[in-house]
Design a protein around this ligand. Structure first.
Ligand code: KIV
Ligand code: ZN
Length: 498
């Protein structure tokens, strides 16, 4: 019988704690619903003690999704565990994920304690959490750099105390695949009660090894993988769900099975990328724009003769629809609604009207509207509604022998403001005009323009990072006119400065 691998998604916790990737509760529910459609087994929904927003998100996600287990993170601290249990009270199946550092860096330098005391606190936390829920996962933080003998003692003790899952995080992304695999094998062979719990991998990507380490973990006995969409997460990120899932999917000889609907991978990736304002690198495995593009003539020839010559994955398996032109300027509201429902978006009457107006503007400029365009329209329309500051009009004068000048009209809470400014290019001029209106002292730190698919009539996407008083704010805009997209993105970012 195939061995079942449980997919534990921590996009809403490990990735969401990254500066700039924060989501509000409504956005988190949207991601959680998509994760449910994707078929993940466990959703780590947040760290409830960390903020009222995180607490509330765990509550609301518990109400919104039914199939996956909902997990809440805690430190090995009683108050954290009580708050997590309270946040999970609506979950059909709730799990508390508690833990403590086990490497000498954590024991000596961070916690300034002893190995025996770590084991005592670990047992106490797991036993306390078991008073609230039947499903308790323990994490041995920095297990990647923890001595295997000591780690085995910790794992044995927490399983005895009632842990159902024991997570072996490579918190700093330090391990090599053979080292991490051997660590899991060591635990499988040296922890007497290991059959009473599941071992989990949680690999960070600091050396680009996260996916390789995760696979080494499952090949040596781990049965749960902790992953995030697009590999987002602390620093260089976590092991990417799409990579681990497709590696297991392609290598049938591993004899693993999962509950994932791979056709939902691309939609999940795009949703997370746009809500978290985190662009996906072009050559990212599985979900990057070039992941299935063949540019050289030799490759194209091979693929035309037999797809498998150069492709190990049929793009449709992960939900890439290659002929996804869905609408044109002549399409009406009913057709638009039909296609929005197909991408799992059910707008109310007013939302549909707002999206329809934006759709008509776009269809006027771009002949064929694809599913991808619709996804961006929804995202940008939602953030326009939220921010209150609206770009009413933009006019630019630029060219090889003119000083670039922009006139911007912004409305804010019903008042309209107009400014004209010049700059070293049209984007600089337009952004200076917005700065003059809003009087914000901000600096553009990162500015990235990408075409949505291909072709000069395409939607341009702009991701921007601006800094204000030492903090970074992220913005996103999309338009067939990249200057307009840039201004939309700048406004999106500065609207987040409270
Ligand atoms: O990387 C890590 O160690 C973690 C734990 C909190 C599970 O994210
Ligand atoms: Zn982590």
């Amino acid at each position: 019988m195939s061995k079942r691998i449980y997919i534990f998604d921590t996009t809403l916790r490990d990735a969401e704690q990254v500066p700039g990737c924060q989501l509000n509760t409504i956005e988190k529910i949207e991601v959680a619903r998509q994760l449910e459609r994707l078929g993940v087994d466990i959703i780590e929904a947040g760290f409830p003690i960390s903020s009222p927003g995180d607490f509330n998100s765990v509550v609301e996600i518990s109400k919104a999704v039914t199939n996956p287990i909902i997990c809440a993170l805690t430190r090995a601290v009683k108050k954290d565990i009580e708050v997590a249990a309270e946040a999970l009270k609506y979950a059909k199946r709730g799990r508390i994920h508690t833990g403590i550092g086990t490497s000498m860096y954590h024991i000596k330098d961070k916690l300034r304690t002893t190995p025996d005391e770590i084991i005592r606190r670990a047992i106490e936390a797991v036993s306390y959490a078991r008073q609230y829920v039947d499903d308790v996962e323990f994490y041995a933080e920095d297990a990647g750099r923890t001595d295997n003998e000591f780690l085995a003692k910790v794992v044995e003790a927490v399983i005895k105390a009632g842990a159902t899952v024991v997570n072996i995080p490579d918190t700093t992304g330090y391990c090599l695949p053979n080292e991490y695999g051997e660590k899991i094998a060591y635990l499988m062979n040296n922890v007497p009660n290991v059959d009473k719990a599941i071992l989990a991998t949680h690999c960070h990507n600091d050396l680009g090894m996260a996916t390789a380490n995760t696979l080494a973990g499952v090949q040596n006995g781990a049965r749960q993988v902790e992953v995030t969409i697009n590999g987002l997460g602390e620093r260089a990120g976590n092991s990417a769900l799409e990579e681990v899932v497709m590696a297991i999917h392609c290598h049938k000889n591993l004899d693993f099975e999962m509950g994932i609907n791979t056709k939902e991978i691309i939609t999940s990736s795009r949703l997370v990328s746009s809500l978290m304002r985190a662009p996906v690198q072009l050559n990212k495995a599985i979900v990057g724009r070039n992941a299935f593009a063949h540019s050289s003539g030799i490759h194209q020839d091979g693929v035309l003769k037999n797809r498998e010559t150069y492709e190990i994955i049929d793009p449709e398996t992960v939900g890439v629809d290659q002929s996804s032109i869905v609408l044109t300027a002549r399409s009406g509201r009913a057709a638009l609604k039909h296609h929005l429902l197909e991408i799992n978006y059910n707008p109310d009457h007013d939302e549909l009207e707002a999206i329809y107006q934006r759709f008509l503007e776009l269809a006027d400029k771009k002949k064929d509207i694809t599913t991808r365009d619709l996804e961006v329209l929804i995202g940008t329309e939602n953030s326009r509604q939220k921010r209150g500051m609206i770009l009413e009009s933009l006019q630019v004068v630029c060219g090889s022998s003119t000083i670039p000048t922009a006139t911007v009209q912004l409305s804010f809470l019903g008042d309209v403001f107009t400014e004209t400014a010049s700059g070293n290019g049209p984007v600089d001029a337009a952004i200076t005009a917005v700065k003059n209106i809003t009087k914000r002292r901000v600096h553009v730190e990162e500015y990235l323009v990408q075409a949505m698919t291909r072709g000069s009539d395409d939607l341009g996407k702009v991701h921007m990072q601006v800094s204000h008083k030492g903090k970074i704010y992220h913005g996103f805009g999309a338009n067939t006119d990249i200057i307009t997209a840039s201004v939309e993105s700048f406004i999106d970012a500065i609207s987040k400065i409270s």
